[in-house]
Design a protein around this ligand. Structure first.
Ligand code: ATP
Ligand code: MG
Length: 348
């Protein structure tokens, strides 16, 4: 049974509060709601997912029911379909055409002092993002770039551990946070902030911690700031893309995880947020024998997936990486990192 316009308008305005968990934009603005109707005492809602079989449909269902229940809709059923390519393209266009729907980048920190802000990202956890950020920063410093790392992983920060440091940030006389300086690389991580352990990090706190570390750290002049992102497409990465003027994204993957890393959600997020993905760093791509030096490639996904983004570097599996990252960078690795940095950094 179709609903009266007044009631359906009310339901649509309630649903406007539900955000796509990965893109962070309202499901109404993403045109994902494809009709609401009553069937007896059940409210039926058709949702069109941006990606077929989206694993987060359960989260959307929970959020929709959570918004509607207090308003008296106790029986709500969701039916999921997915958008055609044309519908998806229209959504992208309409979102791009109206920047007001996305939070404005923060202006507090003068972007001009940081020439390149590069987010190192992967929707998949444990593929080596933090290690790759550390290796890129070491290589960039060797190449003469003034380099910094912002650890944007609030619930699982790891940059200090990778560099075997136990630093506590202090505030200078201008209330700026002094970053850790390790072999000329400036670093900031939530682990460096006193009392951070005592806090339970919830969504809004995660966002404000990232913004504060970005804007309050005394980075000075930098050629490159690498952002080590948490995995997934939740609050953390979204805040980074929405609040920090990121110039480019590098994706990190292992050969086996390629399909998840270059998945449509990642691509959609980059298109909507207007941050280009430059290419992929394939980590743990091969193993070299300690004795004979023979190189064995790890089995990977089909080359078909690579049509969209180039592989900018292939890094081998090196047991030293978990122990002493500097020792993990041999001549091969340095050359690969050099290539990726050259392809990424804007030099003016
Ligand atoms: N090329 C490599 N060779 C050997 N070990 C590696 C390599 N890259 C990463 N590792 C190891 O893999 C593990 C995961 O790496 P890392 O923490 O960098 O991944 P991540 O993607 O940042 O993880 P998370 O998603 O939890 O942030 C670590 O133990 C690290 O030492
Ligand atoms: Mg990490």
């Amino acid at each position: 049974m179709s609903l009266e316009k007044k009631e359906s308008d009310r339901i649509y305005s309630l649903l406007d509060k539900v955000k796509d968990p990965e893109i962070g934009v309202s499901i109404i603005k993403l045109k994902m709601v494809d009709g609401v109707e009553m069937d007896g005492d059940t409210l039926k809602i058709n949702i069109k997912l941006t990606v077929p079989g989206c694993p987060l449909s359960a989260t959307i269902e929970k959020d929709v029911k959570g918004i509607l229940k207090p308003e008296g809709y106790n029986n709500v059923e969701l039916e999921f379909g997915y958008m055609t390519k044309e519908e998806l393209d229209n959504v992208k266009k309409s979102i791009r055409g109206n920047n007001q729907k996305l939070p404005a980048p923060i202006e507090r920190y003068d972007k001009k002092q940081i020439k390149n802000i590069i987010a190192v990202y992967s929707a998949k956890g444990g593929v080596g993002k933090s290690s790759v950020v550390a290796m890129l920063a070491i290589a960039a410093t060797k190449l003469g770039y003034k380099t910094g790392i912002l650890d944007c992983d609030i619930s699982g920060p790891s940059i200090q551990t990778i560099f075997n440091e136990k630093y506590r940030a202090t505030l200078d006389k201008n209330d700026r946070l002094s970053p850790l300086l390790h072999n000329k690389i400036k670093m900031m991580s939530v682990e460096m902030l006193t009392d951070a352990e005592a806090l339970i990090w919830r969504g809004p706190l995660v966002s404000s911690a990232i913004k504060q570390m970005y804007s309050d750290t005394d980075w000075g002049d930098l050629d490159i700031l690498f952002l080590d992102l948490p995995p997934g497409t939740s609050d953390g990465p979204l805040t980074v893309f929405q609040a920090i003027p990121v110039d480019k994204i590098l994706l990190v993957t292992t050969p086996q995880n390629l399909s998840q890393v270059v998945g449509r959600k990642t691509v959609l997020m980059s298109e909507i947020l207007k941050v280009p993905i430059l290419g992929i760093i394939e980590n743990m791509s091969y193993i070299r024998c300690d004795h004979c030096g023979e190189k064995t490639d790890m089995p990977g996904a089909s080359e078909k997936l690579l049509k969209k983004f180039p592989i900018l570097a292939r890094l081998g599996f090196k047991k030293e990486i978990g122990l002493d990252i500097e020792k993990g960078i041999d001549a091969d690795t340095f050359n690969e990192l050099n290539g990726a940095i050259n392809a990424t950094v804007h030099k003016d």
